[in-house]
Design a protein around this ligand. Structure first.
Ligand SMILES: C[S@@+](CC[C@H](N)C(=O)[O-])C[C@H]1O[C@@H](n2cnc3c(N)ncnc32)[C@H](O)[C@@H]1O
Length: 231
């Protein structure tokens, strides 16, 4: 085990805004964790709650939290040494609207109650393009059915990705389903699309995650789909 990972895991344990529940009671016994309690227990307010699932180092979680001090942001990833960076940055900057949760997205319904979440960001998630049903692809409609159990009607799912199949599958899976509206999408956000956006959305879509930066350097285009939950 690398010393660096051990150090990050130890620091995560001591961080007041990092939650690392045991998964076995959730999987085997159907236990829940903080379900319906994030506002009161983690953030101490009733401000909107936005999730970044598969957050990696948490660039969107921390970037958006800086922009919106009166909104709560929760980064979720199974790898604590990755979000350690975001957790440390949030702490050193005194961002009281940021928390991180180490868990697997497969069990995400065990962590949030109906209407507890306002928006979800899915940033450069593992693409799983061969998974046509979507049981391993967290950008799929199969996963959106889980997200519906806690995402408010009127809230949205943001998918930012380099993979053309993830983009196309999002358009085909959600398009035509009256419960979802595809509000906007682009195959190459840094092309002409960016010029059509107002200053706010330009700033938001310009946050570059660790993976995004890698793919851009390889010449890949960044895609974006925003899906609103209609009913
Ligand atoms: C390709 S990386 C993208 C990370 C970050 N969003 C970025 O853009 O740099 C995918 C991330 O999702 C996490 N991940 C993959 N499958 C997951 C799952 N089932 N539950 C929770 N996190 C998962 C990985 O640990 C990894 O950090």
């Amino acid at each position: 085990m690398g010393k660096d990972k051990l150090k990050k895991w130890a620091e995560n344990k001591a961080f007041p805004h990092v939650y690392e529940p045991e998964l076995l009671p959730i999987i085997k016994e159907g236990k829940t964790f903080m379900k319906g309690e994030w506002h009161a227990k983690a953030f101490g307010n009733r401000n909107p709650l936005i999730l970044e699932l598969g957050c990696g180092k948490g660039e969107y979680t921390v970037g958006l939290a800086r922009l919106h001090p009166t909104t709560n942001f929760l980064g979720v990833d199974v790898k604590g040494h990755r979000f350690h960076k975001g957790a440390k940055d949030a702490l050193s900057e005194g961002l009281s609207n940021v928390c991180f949760l180490r868990t697997r997205v497969e069990f995400i319904e065990s962590f949030f109650a109906k209407d507890e979440v306002d928006e979800i960001w899915l940033t450069f998630s593992d693409p799983q393009p061969q998974d046509k049903v979507g049981v391993r692809r967290i950008t799929s409609k199969y996963y959106a059915e889980k997200y519906r159990s806690f995402l408010k009607v009127g809230g949205c799912i943001h998918i930012k990705h380099d993979n053309p199949e993830v983009y196309e599958m999002a358009l085909s899976e959600f398009g035509g389903d009256p419960r979802y509206a595809i509000e906007t999408h682009s195959f190459d956000i840094y092309g002409e699309y960016m010029q059509t956006l107002d200053a706010y959305w330009q700033e938001v879509l310009n946050f570059r995650t660790y993976y995004e930066q890698m793919w851009l350097e390889e010449g890949r285009k960044t895609k974006y789909v925003r899906i609103r939950l209609v009913s």
